[in-house]
Write a protein that binds this ligand. Sequence first.
Ligand SMILES: Cc1cc2nc3c(=O)[nH]c(=O)nc-3n(C[C@H](O)[C@H](O)[C@H](O)COP(=O)(O)O)c2cc1C
Length: 389
Amino acid sequence: MADVKISKSIVYIGADDKDIDLFESQYDVPNGMAYNSYAILDEKVCIMDTADKRVSDVWLANVKKALGDRKADYLVVQHVEPDHSGNIAKLMAEYPDMKVVGNAKTFTMLGQFFDIPDIGARSITVKEGDTLELGSHTLKFFMTPMVHWPEVMMTYEVSEGAFFSADAFGKFGTLDTDEDWACEARRYYFNIVGKYGAQVQAVLKKAAALDIKMILPLHGPILTENLGYYIDLYNTWSSYEPENKGIFIACASIHGNTLAAAEKLKEMLEAKGAEKVSLSDITRDDQAEAVEDAFRYDRLVLMSSSYDGGVFPPMEELLMHLRDKTYRNRKIAIVENGSWAPSAARVIKGYVEKFKDITLVEPVVTIKSALNAESEKALEELADALTAK
Ligand SMILES: Cc1cc2nc3c(=O)[nH]c(=O)nc-3n(C[C@H](O)[C@H](O)[C@H](O)COP(=O)(O)O)c2cc1C
């Protein structure tokens, strides 16, 4: 277990998962994943969420070590996604008098995932603003639907100002990973929570009324200092405002000519003084990182080969992700390549026209197989338009 100190009464009992190949069967996690879980030790003992069944043994051992001879009185289920609910039945078997605390949707969804015969008799259903007394600790529950599942709730512990934030403020990577928080938290946010900006804004409003001294998410490090930094980033991300001025070029090229043009465009933009230019070959680089960078910067250039009368599939994949994450409020430029009947720009435009608050930066550039003097001139015009003040 990662050596995480929280306080005398709140003990970290989560587990790191260093062997997982893809988180949620989709996201590369080169530094693994942490399934956070906490024990609150007071007159009553309360466990905050369980962990993925991939780490059952380690997690249960952590529970027992934290509790010693004591028994768990309550398990609070903030989120039913299996990476947090995978050990509920086991914990209930271990502590037969323990009650399970959730909201009405929690228990409906738990019943769909697991067959737990005595859950009905052992459940305590809470709603917005309800409290649970543990002794000197008091838990207050906040319903936070669609951050990022409908049954999600968050919990504020009054005496220590501890905000248990479910998947919000989460991050990829195990707790012993030494890396910048924002990079992997941003990739996590936009790919997993990003569709639900309005709901995250609602959470931030509720949180603003609380005296929060620490944030305890279900993934990633416990946040104890400089909380304004993290909350400000969440405010920027959930309001769909760009975080940085800069241009992200996402390029899908079959034979490399569109990629060569993307590299040329990057040079042009840098020569014209663009604040930051980031280029991804989305045929090979991580798509989730491309989604992250598309949201991070204020301008996006989509460059793709044509393919079977449409667009090269890696570009369509990115466009589908951006559509699903409700991409908006950015400037977008389009560059297509085609060797006989270029069709990529038409498909890209079809997606972009449905995004909200988008400015299309002209000209839309067409390359025929490889850059020539004419298409290079058009690319230069586009670079001018993208860097115009
Ligand atoms: C399977 C396949 C389908 C293609 N379909 C089209 C097409 O519908 N229209 C077109 O103009 N070019 C088409 N092309 C040509 C590509 O767009 C060509 O690779 C591109 O113009 C050159 O840029 P690149 O080197 O970046 O791939 C196709 C190529 C392949 C391999």
